[in-house]
Design a protein around this ligand. Structure first.
Ligand SMILES: Cc1cc2nc3c(=O)[nH]c(=O)nc-3n(C[C@H](O)[C@H](O)[C@H](O)COP(=O)(O)OP(=O)(O)OC[C@H]3O[C@@H](n4cnc5c(N)ncnc54)[C@H](O)[C@@H]3O)c2cc1C
Length: 307
């Protein structure tokens, strides 16, 4: 992992920097590249616009590491209200949540019940609930909550990170649950005994996991989602799906709002199922630092806004 990437991810945990950034107009301008607006209305409007081009949406309110029960309850209530909005506007939109935003650290048992509640309401609203994956220290707790919810029949999916050395085993343990899995490369800074430090190894691990997911999807044992903007990888996955005769629609591609919009449209036009993950909210600092870390060249974009 490059030094720039490590520094940016470390900076993402600084409350002081977060405050400085939030107050600066140039930073708010730069961040707009990756989010349609800070309020839910902007995210719902963006989802409606994507729907016109045959692209679905996944909505997420930015925030993480919530430590008070009252704040966690507010997050749950917000998402319950979002599901009402999705239903009222008849949007093909799903939700993605971070468990530390939903109070995992304040009260894990409460967080588990909140996941069940959100998954049930998502189903009733014709939507679907995804659980993001955060730093490796949260993987056990996240998979535990996922297993509990899915084991009880909830329709919920979870993100797995290809950069983690443990992920192939985690995937095998999840398969009996017929899970929905969103496979990503991984966005945090992890020690090398936990995650592959070299991008080439992460890409190899991703493709191996993708092949496994496609093979299982053909037997209806998993619903795979490939969360990546890596076009070479996307084309390899599409080619492998064709070889395996995995019908389009049994897997999906998800990309982030503001990144590779050309690829989003191209994939949708080629008949692939595509969704864009749309983030909104004011707590964008840590998340934005991770977007900069993924492509440190993005820092020039910030500087251009400063000038
Ligand atoms: C739908 C979705 C959900 C995700 N959920 C999680 C999660 O729950 N947990 C988690 O750890 N990570 C998550 N991520 C982030 C993921 O782990 C990667 O950090 C991120 O997707 C960058 O990797 P990549 O697969 O796009 O490949 P890369 O090889 O990093 O990038 C491929 C190409 O995509 C473009 N690109 C990638 N990132 C950027 C960027 N920030 N700005 C501009 N261009 C860019 C560039 O053209 C780059 O060459 C998610 C990503 C997606 C798409």
């Amino acid at each position: 992992m490059s030094l720039a990437r490590r520094l940016l991810i470390r900076a993402s945990r600084s409350p002081w920097l977060a405050e400085q950034f939030r107050r600066r107009a140039f930073a708010r301008r730069a961040v707009r590249r990756f989010l349609p607006g800070e309020d839910l209305g902007a995210a719902l409007d963006a989802a409606a616009a994507f729907a016109k081009s045959g692209i679905g949406a996944v909505l997420t309110q930015l925030g993480e590491q919530v430590r008070s029960a009252a704040d966690a309850e507010a997050v749950r209530d917000h998402y319950l209200m979002v599901l009402d909005g999705i239903r009222a506007r008849k949007l093909a939109a799903q939700l993605s949540i971070k468990l530390t935003h939903l109070g995992l650290e304040a009260d894990a048992a409460w967080c588990r019940r909140a996941v069940d509640e959100l998954a049930a309401k998502a189903k009733a609203a014709g939507s679907f609930l995804w659980i993001d994956m955060e730093e490796s220290s949260y993987v056990d707790a996240t998979l535990d909550i996922y297993r509990g919810a899915r084991g009880a029949g909830a329709e919920v999916g979870v993100c797995l990170q290809a950069y983690l050395r443990r992920t192939p085993k985690d995937l095998e343990r999840l398969l009996p649950l017929r899970p929905a899995i969103r496979l990503v490369k991984g966005a945090y800074s992890e020690p090398s005994h936990v995650a592959f430090p070299k991008k080439a190894d992460v890409d190899l691990a991703y493709f191996a996991l993708a092949e496994r997911l496609l093979a299982e999807a053909r037997a209806s044992r998993v619903t795979p989602v490939f969360g990546t903007h890596d076009e070479r990888l996307i084309e390899r996955i599409r080619a492998r799906a064709a070889e395996l005769k995995a019908a389009r629609g049994i897997y999906e591609f998800h990309l982030l709002y503001g990144i590779r919009a050309d690829a989003q449209r191209r994939l949708a036009a080629a008949g692939e199922k595509v969704r864009v993950l749309i983030s909104y909210g004011t707590a964008w600092f840590a998340w934005y630092m991770r977007r900069l870390a993924e492509r440190p060249a993005n820092i020039w974009f910030v500087l251009r806004n400063l000038i």
